[in-house]
Every structure is written in C-alpha cells, then in structure tokens.
Design a protein around this ligand. Sequence first.
Ligand code: ATP
Ligand code: ZN
Ligand code: MG
Length: 534
Amino acid sequence: MRFKGIVIIEFNRELPKEVIERLAEIIEELNNKVLVKGVRNVEEASKIINYKAIENKLQLEIEAGRQVRIHNAALRVKNHLARTLGPKYRLGIRNILLVNARIELEGEYKVSLKLPFVKNLEFKNGLTIVYLDTISESELKKPYIDRLLKLLREKEVRAKWGGKAEHWELIKESKIKLTPPPYTEDPNKVLEEIGFIKRFAIGQWFYTPAFTYFINMAKHFLLEEVVKPLGFVEAIFPKMYPLEVGLKTGHLKGTINAMVFASLPISYDISVYEELIDYMYVTDSIPPEELQKYVKPPSYFLCFAQCEPFYQFFSREVLEDKNLPIKMYDHSGPSFRWEAGGLHGVERVIEFHRVEIVWLGKPQQVIEIRNKLLEGYEYLMDKVFDLEWRWAWVTPWYYEQAGIVEKEEERKLDINRPGTIDFEAWLPYRGPREERKNWLEIGNISIHGTKFTEPFKIKHNKGETLWTACSGFGTERWVISFLAQHGFDPENWPEKPRKYLEEHPFPEPVRGVTYPKTAKGRELLEKIIGFYKK
Ligand code: ATP
Ligand code: ZN
Ligand code: MG
C-alpha cells in the first residue's frame, strides 16, 4: 500500500526570501527527522519528493508507506513548520489541504464509491488506485481516513490470507485409537431414524428427552470436571443483540453473511394489522412479503458468538486488581447461524447449543487460565470421552492485532498470544482420518488480546492492559463425535460415560403408532433402548 498526494500549506503572508533560500535544508530536515520519527522501516515512512513555494503557499508532494500515513505526515509537517518558522519569521499557518491524494494497493479490489473521501477508482498494472477528494485540516484529524486506510489494508491482507486455504497449523494430537474404527455409521442418521431427534424446520431439530440426555451428559463432564473446578461461574447472557454490539465486536463486518436478524413490529396497536389478520383468516397463509410490511427494519441479530454480551456488560467499566480475573460461562440458550447449503444432521445446524466460557484479566492471567482450560479439554477428550482428536492454530488474518501481521514465512508459532485454537475430532463415518474433510470442529479457545477491551472501553484503574478470551463448546458436535467414534452401545464406551449411564436413568423414548416413522427405525430403537434400560 502506497500513498501519494500534495500537501498545501497556506501561510498568513508571502514566504520570506530567507525561508525560500533555506527550503532545501528545511525539506531535508523534515524528511530525515520529522517524517521518520518512530518508524522501524524507513521504506514505510513518508517522504517529500518535490516542493514548490508560490506566494504564501508551500506545495509539498509526498509519498508515504504504511507507517506514517500521508494525512499524519501533513499534520506533522504543519506542526514542525509552525514551531520552527513561526516565531522566527512571524509566519502563521492559515490552512492545510491534502489535494490529489491517491492510495495504491497491490491487486484488484472493489472499494465502495459511497465512502467518504473516495472520489474514483482505477485498475492499472495489477494495482488498484483509490483517488481521494481534497481533504481539509479538520477532516485530516477525524478518524475516517484512518478507518478507510484500515479497511483498504484489510482488503489487501484478506486477499493474501484468504486466497489460500484457511490458516491451519497442527499443535497437538491424540494417539491413533480407532484401528480399525469400531463404528462407522453416521450417528445423525441413526438418531433421526430411532426418533431421538425430529426435524423441526431447515437446520432446526426437536431434541426429545433421549437426545437431550446425551447433550446433558456432554455438558455434565465439561462443567463438573473442567469448568467449575477452574472457578468459572454460571451467568445467563441475553440471546438477541442490538446491532451496535455486532459493530463493536466486528461480527457484522466479518460474518454478516451467516447472521440471523430480528425485527420489531411496526406497532403495538393490533388494529394496525387488521388487513393482514383478515388475509390470514381467509387464506390460512402468511406471505412473508406481506408480513414484511408490518415489521420494522432489523435492529437485532440473534446470538452468534455467544460471548458478545460479556464485553457489552463490562463496557466502560473500570476494574482493579482485586476484581480480576473474571470468569463466567453461559449455556442458557441457543446460537444461530445461517449455514446456507452446508447443513448436516445436528452437527451443522442453524440453531445449535454451546457452552460459552469467557474470561477477562491481565494478559498473564488470561494466558494462564487458557492454559489450564487446555489441560482440562485434553483430559476431557482423552480420559472422559476417549476421542481421537487434534488441535490446530487457526488464527485468521482479522484476529491479528493491527500492524503486526507478519509475513507467513517469518511467523514462529507461539500460542501464548492472541489467537485461536480449534479442537477437532475424527468422524469415521465420513472416511479415512488422513483426509481433512473427515474431521469436525467440536470447539475452540481464543485469546482476543485487546480486540474487545478496546472497542468496548473495558479499563483497569491503573491503566494496565486488559485482555479477554473465550472458549466455545459445541454441545451437539461433542455428542456426535462421541457417538461417531464409539457407537450407541455402552459396552463399547469408555468408563466415565458408562458410569454416568448407571447413575442417571435414561428417559423413555418417544413412541407412537407412527413414531419413529419406519419399521426399521422402530426396530432399531428397541435394540438401542435395550442397551440403556438394562
Ligand atoms: P465450522 O468451521 O465447522 O463452521 P466455525 O468455525 O464456524 O465452525 P465457531 O465460529 O468457531 O465455528 O463456533 C464455535 C463452536 O460452535 C464450534 O467449534 C462448533 O462446536 C459450534 N458450531 C459452530 N457452528 C455450528 C453449527 N452450524 N452447528 C453446530 N455447531 C456449530
Ligand atoms: Zn466467544
Ligand atoms: Mg462456520
């Protein structure tokens, strides 16, 4: 990314001869001192490459890299000149303007022409050139230009990272445990066939008491053996979030294509709906296009990452050492994701359930808790559910803190810093473990650094840095991977789940003349329920 443009500095009077004679020297000083201050890589700083004095104006042609942006350069030049020339030559600076500014990006990008300051776009020799309107001093000081630059830089980085497969680096894996795999059925199919789950709508299921039993078993081990012993305490987070929350977390910018939105009715006065109600009476239908006329534009999105309310809760709060760290978990309700065509059984659904674990503290505290939680997860995967699992570092470009996205080749893996670890389990029913597509992400754990404490303004009373972290335990997915690897017969289960079954009576399954639907399903149900009712 490069910037070019002309900075015009307007003085209160014509530039005196002495100043014009010293101009070369002044420019050199600006280039060698002022514009490179605090810059690691001089290539990335700004540089005046041409200059001209006309009457009371000084025109500076500036080129800039990423580190001293051209708008910052303009302000730096102004301050320096005001300080050094002002008193000596009685020169005041009346105005500064940035004209003919343009930003060059490597690669071709779409940039909205509706954005403030963006005048035009051009694609040339593999470059995208963004032409900007004239920018005044007061506009130079506003955050728009910085945000525009951040957006453009993200487009570049996204193209670089997103062009390849998603980042994925193995950190740890279990032993190979299932050779040959003792069970190769798709548990999603079996669960539907025996009526433990029933389709409700696209990507949504009704979980009968029998399937709920498995959901609760998975949560039981997580909560009782890992989460509570580490001092996390249960809270109930809201599940419908105002749009501003998603703007601050970044989800609306990053994953808007997968979010489900909610709208409020246009009025509480039922008479307003009379026509629509009449229509439903007579036609027994409700065309969504008609309904749309009676609801306001969406003002909420439904629970997406599940930890958003935690950051909103602490927004603008000030915490001191003795309050920290703060550890909570929530499993009070579902999350919603529009998964388009990727739905499968209960392992990829639109409405799913998750235990979300969130914590807040000083960086060292956050890292220590994450590491203890990792130990807990390993125990859960190995000693409780006896899974074939693996962990990967998957930090995507947008999680990297601003300005420190390194070249991939130079990147050394250090997990004690902001980033995400995904947990995966092998699903034998899908195929051999050697193929990536046969593994399922069952959960993850992220250190966010200041990604949320900054936008939500979560502060420490002595100004120390605060970090957050979270971990999502996708309950359906843990159940599916357990059943996919060990099957439905407890004879083949590891000890802890078997014992759980002894101590927690299995509920009666739902049976009816027409339920489960097929004779084969009814037969299989009796066989499987026989295992649990011994
Ligand atoms: P995937 O890559 O499989 O789509 P994801 O990266 O979108 O997963 P996250 O955003 O990291 O998932 O969500 C955290 C956890 O929530 C996942 O590890 C998984 O256990 C669960 N999860 C996410 N999406 C779904 C879904 N559509 N159905 C069921 N569980 C889900
Ligand atoms: Zn989270
Ligand atoms: Mg997903």
